[in-house]
Write a protein that binds this ligand. Structure first.
Ligand SMILES: Cc1cc2nc3c(=O)[nH]c(=O)nc-3n(C[C@H](O)[C@H](O)[C@H](O)COP(=O)(O)O)c2cc1C
Ligand SMILES: Nc1ncnc2c1ncn2[C@@H]1O[C@H](COP(=O)(O)OP(=O)(O)OP(=O)(O)O)[C@@H](O)[C@H]1O
Length: 312
């Protein structure tokens, strides 16, 4: 997937799809497929235009447990969805004051050289979100720019796929519901952190990740999943929490490989793809009691993962 810096002009005419794309859920994926098809038909390039930070974080001052795909995770999932290129606009307060028409003129027509724009049914944009699909259509028609408006991708008859519904499901610990909307696993990615080396003594060595504070997370607990080290998925069980047995405070995702020690160095980046919830995190009366429970967690994780092989 190509990247176009925000201060550079697209080299060729393009088909652009616009949005926050947090999570790159099935609605977003449908938009990307549509944009790809249109680009092929018109012999144009295809670009996803997205924003960083997420507009809601700037406009509503949200900083904690919000994003589904912070940092490079969004680009990883855009690439998976088939996007050929992405341009990320820094969403500054100044940018947020740009009117809908000025945004279209400057970013879509002049910079991206758009011949077509693909958006969802509920797309809004520009200062105070005043721009709508109608604004876009009325602006585009006299300029010979095609507008494609995608019908909602529904998760059930009452609910369209949306980033908000994914956030709600993750917060409630409903990983299956989140995955049904996302069309892929919910993932955490971070550099590997040094732990307190207690895992060795317990007989369960772990690799520790610290999800960014801005990322939405499920409740503290034990989860089955796959840990990706150098793009290789390895079956694992992880504890997300503060380790109350040892009086911990800072939340950590501690990952134990089911098939032996995980080979990676501190500072390397690893990703954990959540598959299923096993149990809540608890305070155990002794380290031995915790070890006994972790043995059972490992067995359960094996059973869960046997039924759900890793999917890119
Ligand atoms: C599968 C699994 C489940 C765990 N469950 C709990 C738990 O319920 N309560 C708890 O206090 N710690 C739990 N832990 C965390 C251990 O206490 C932790 O791995 C150990 O303290 C090592 O920490 P360290 O890497 O900082 O040395 C769990 C760890 C794993 C791998
Ligand atoms: N279910 C869907 N079906 C089709 N298009 C969608 C769907 N959901 C979002 N889109 C479109 O995808 C683009 C990006 O959407 P965006 O990420 O800004 O919002 P969202 O997914 O609806 O999230 P939120 O819940 O935060 O509003 C927009 O053009 C939007 O209209």
């Amino acid at each position: 997937m190509k990247k176009l810096p925000p201060d550079q002009t697209a080299p060729r005419p393009s088909v652009v799809t616009i949005g926050s794309f947090d999570g790159v859920h099935r609605g977003h994926q449908a938009l990307i497929q549509e944009a790809l098809e249109r680009a092929r038909k018109r012999d144009a390039d295809m670009w996803v235009m997205t924003f960083d930070p997420h507009p809601a974080m700037v406009l509503r001052g949200i900083r904690h447990r919000f994003l589904i795909t912070p940092g490079v995770l969004k680009e990883i999932y855009l690439d998976r969805a088939g996007a050929l290129g992405v341009t990320v606009i820094p969403f500054t307060p100044a940018f947020s004051h740009l009117s809908a028409e000025d945004f279209l003129e400057r970013e879509i027509r002049q910079r991206m050289q758009a011949v077509a724009v693909v958006v969802g049914f509920n797309f809004t944009f520009g200062a105070r979100g005043l721009g709508t699909v109608t604004t876009l259509q009325e602006w585009a028609a006299p300029r010979g720019i095609e507008v494609v408006v995608k019908e909602p991708i529904q998760i059930n008859p009452n609910r369209a796929a949306s980033s908000s519904s994914v956030r709600e499901a993750i917060t409630a610990g409903q990983l299956d519901a989140a995955e049904a909307v996302l069309g892929h696993a919910f993932s955490v990615q971070s550099p590997i952190q040094r732990g307190e080396q207690r895992g060795r003594a317990l007989g369960f060595r772990t690799l520790n990740l610290v999800p960014p504070a801005e990322q939405v997370m499920p409740p503290f607990g034990v989860y089955a999943g796959y840990v990706l080290i150098e793009s290789r998925p390895i079956p694992a069980v992880a504890n997300w929490g503060i380790r109350p047995t040892f009086g911990g405070e800072d939340p950590v995702l501690e990952i134990h490989g089911l098939d032996g020690p995980l080979q990676a160095s501190y500072g390397d980046v690893a990703r954990f793809d959540f598959v299923g919830f096993i149990r809540e995190e608890r305070r155990f009366p002794s380290p031995d009691a915790l070890t006994d429970q972790i043995r059972r967690d490992v067995d359960q994780a094996r059973r869960m993962l046997a039924e759900k092989p890793w999917r890119r």
